[in-house]
Design a protein around this ligand. Sequence first.
Ligand code: KG4
Ligand code: ZN
Length: 364
Amino acid sequence: MKPNYTILGIESSCDDTSAAIVQGCVGDARVLSNCVVGQNDLHKAFGGVVPEIAARAHVEKLDVCVESALHEANVHFDNVDAIAVTSGPGLIGGVLSGVMFAKGLASALNKPFVGVNHLAGHALTPRLTHGVEFPYLMLLISGGHCQFLIVKSHDTFVRIGGTIDDAPGEAFDKTARLLGLPQPGGPSIEKAALNGNKDQFSLPRPLLDRKGCDMSFSGLKTAVLRTRDACVDQHGGLTISDQNDLAASFQTAISDVLVEKSKRAMKTYLELSPKEPVLAVAGGVAANSFIRENLISLCDHLGVDFLAPPLSLCTDNGAMIAYAGLELFAAGHMHDMSLAARPRWPLDTTSPSLIGHGKKGAKA
Ligand code: KG4
Ligand code: ZN
């Protein structure tokens, strides 16, 4: 029988402070609590995440989050087997806040702790939510990252493609700003698109003419800017219907690119002959229902399973860090006080690195 663990997970790599308790064994664990404190209100006036403000807010909220995660899970510190903390990649001030907090806690309580790669947290989420077996194909789409990974084990990730510039979440956020919609851009574009005509504006599908699974989203955002300016010239301002139509056209363009590239990534992954092929999605953009529906249709068509976490486990959360920490801890990993906070930390260090920087640093 696999050993059971109770893990406290801590996440603070961008603009969500989170702590969670996950309990169980490798491939079969439950989320007992997942407390997330967002920072949207703090950054609203600046049109994007301000790293210094984010780091200070994490310091203020980490202890509150941990207390409520323990309380909600009805778990006492004595029963926690290990503390897992995001130690990169991300905004360095935020990552440092979490790592220092976890070190302090581990030292005061005399508990083991383990540093977790934030991207591994997202990529291992289907193991937490659905107990999926290795290998599986992961499309990780968030505000700072975009990559196709073949997940072979808790620490073996083969990247077979990714963005060469912006991440899709970043494109959603920037496009929302261009259209005068609130941040974070993903949910507000999704909402506006519900009332829009996706065929009203013709936007590019970047890199579809290039072989492979690499993607590019920065040109799309520039095309939105030009189309918006043309609308403003024509109507003397951006009408609500222009706003909705542009949101729908933009979302469809992103979805078309993700679907076509997923089809190609699936072809590469199927060469491994997995017994039960799976495409899993994770990251904030995986919360988008339109994109999910189109990926479901693709998987139906290809005859492969599609897995998506509940919305609360798509965006940044402590539960995914606790679960990835559980896998690491079960495999014998532990860190000491020399654990460093890393702004960059690619999951796959063997594949050639991708070009470009996102809002949270270089694409990993
Ligand atoms: O995974 P996440 O919480 O943080 C990162 O690791 O980046 O993702 C945040 C990103 C933001 O860019 C946000 O606009 C996007 O996820 N997002 C969405 C949706 N909800 C969040 N994008 C599209 N549709 C959504 N419903
Ligand atoms: Zn994330």
